[in-house]
Design a binder for this molecule. Structure first.
Ligand code: SF4
Length: 341
């Protein structure tokens, strides 16, 4: 029997969410991401994490982080993992963040747990008001294959529907691999028209963990870029608003006109980075976190983005070389899509 996606419905708009939750005016100045542990209830073929099931950050440690970040003036708390939905004390952690004064409380999730309306309702009651659901294709054949879980696509769509119904601002993440990158334009069309979403993040997969071992998933940037351009042009023509930056693990030199839509670059120094990450063993700014995985090829010298670029995934370079990364001499005019935050 084929699965009929739940149709919605209306979702909360960004301006409604800002008013309802008291979110700060854009741009967002700071986000602190708490990686609660590496445990996950999916088995994604491209997963770049090293899974240590059951090793969670203690709640007391999470609470200490939240209080410290509040005192520092951090604006947003993000719970991720692994899969934060299976962290045993997630609702308590979210409620603690809300009661500590955070107005932006996000969860990055595969949606398996959030497909349960009771769990989704509990998270809404605890203060969750922003969710990114990882969906890696436009159909069950693609998403279930990539996540290693039969029924995952149906559950992810049900999670989006639950979140929309609860008034939680929801968007999707898509990890780009050889299996799914050609679906990009259809992906946006489907999730915008059928699921009422406008927030998307397209993340070029890191070549660590399982992704580094699976050559069938690996694809060079140059094959993916035409599909990204086509998708962004579609979004522009359809006037699909962009809430946050949409391109993850892309380098400005690959498509300089779209650099303003890329995350993972832009800070001139570690102290200037907007986002921080908490993982077992310490806290890092996102720039420090990325620098551990990235290198700057010798060919980068003279690039106008050099000081603000975090570099290229080192393992990607081992696989495909560095010829795609050519220094940019002059910044071009930006593509006319602007992220709100
Ligand atoms: S510094 Fe290197 S990797 Fe970064 S944008 Fe410039 S050429 Fe590309």
């Amino acid at each position: 029997m084929s699965f009929e996606p739940p149709r919605l419905n209306k979702r909360i708009t960004l301006s409604e969410a800002m008013g309802k939750w008291g979110w700060p005016n854009p741009p967002l100045k700071s986000n602190y991401e708490i990686l609660l542990g590496d445990g996950c209830d999916a088995a994604c073929l491209f997963c770049c994490a090293y899974r240590e099931i059951g090793k969670w950050l203690p709640l007391e440690s999470v609470k200490r982080d939240i209080l410290r970040e509040k005192a520092r003036g951090t604006q947003m708390i993000t719970f991720s993992g692994g899969e934060p939905g299976i962290y045993p004390r997630l609702a308590e952690a979210a409620a603690f963040a809300r009661n500590s004064g955070f107005r932006l409380i996000q969860m990055v999730s595969n949606g398996l747990k959030l497909s349960d309306p009771e769990f989704a309702g509990r998270m809404a009651g605890a203060g969750l008001n922003l969710a990114k659901i990882s969906i890696h294709g436009v159909n069950a054949a693609t998403h279930d294959y990539l996540t290693g879980r039969k029924g995952a696509f149906e559950k992810a769509l049900t999670a989006v529907n639950n979140l929309n119904r609860l008034g939680i601002y929801t968007s999707t993440n898509m990890a780009l691999t050889r299996v799914n990158y050609r679906q990009l334009p259809l992906y946006v069309k489907f999730f915008h028209e059928e699921m009422a979403l406008s927030g998307f993040c397209f993340y070029f997969s890191f070549y660590t963990g399982r992704m580094a071992a699976d050559q069938d998933l690996q694809v060079p940037y140059s094959e993916v870029l035409p599909y990204v351009r086509h998708t962004l042009e579609y979004m522009r023509l359809r006037r699909i608003g962009i809430d946050w930056k949409v391109l993850g693990n892309f380098l400005p030199c690959l498509m300089p006109e779209y650099a303003n839509l890329m995350m993972d670059w832009g800070a001139a120094s570690v102290a200037d980075t907007k986002a921080s990450v908490r993982k077992k063993g310490g806290s890092f700014t996102s720039m420090e976190f990325m620098e551990k995985r990235k290198i700057k090829p010798a060919s980068c010298r003279g690039c106008v983005y050099y000081s603000a670029c975090y570099g290229v995934d080192a393992r990607y370079c081992e696989r495909f070389g560095t010829a795609e990364f050519r220094p940019v001499k002059e910044k071009p005019r930006a593509f006319p899509l602007r992220p709100v935050y």
